[in-house]
Design a binder for this molecule. Structure first.
Ligand SMILES: [Zn+2]
Length: 110
């Protein structure tokens, strides 16, 4: 063993529970080397194409509108699209960021 994995191993067939809503999810790597939570269940209208490479690593790719998954990919939903607590957290973070953004006009006192 070299090092400790940052996430428990997970897959569509062996999902882990979301810390926010307890839904079965697994983690997949994006092309940008980020790890994203994905709903374990396949969804015909899912916007994420999921595949597994020969090393066993799960990969996620956001499908463009109208794009079909490849022959070795399956459609899933990104978990942040279905997780209400997570969506609320993201919402809050977005609002906090908006508050931290400096105003467009310089302060007249300076
Ligand atoms: Zn969740």
């Amino acid at each position: 063993m070299t090092g400790v994995p940052r996430r428990p191993p997970s897959s569509p067939l062996h999902p882990v529970s979301c810390e926010s809503c307890d839904a079965p999810i697994f983690f997949a790597a994006t092309a940008g080397r980020k790890v994203v939570p994905v709903d374990a269940a396949r969804r015909a209208d899912g916007s994420v194409a999921v595949s597994q490479d020969t090393a066993g690593t799960w990969h996620a790719r956001i499908l463009r509108s109208g794009e079909e998954p490849g022959p070795h990919e399956h459609r899933h939903m990104a978990h942040w699209a279905t997780c209400r607590p997570l969506a609320a957290d993201l919402d809050r973070a977005t609002r906090q960021l908006a508050m931290l953004t400096p105003p467009a006009e310089p302060d007249p006192l300076f």
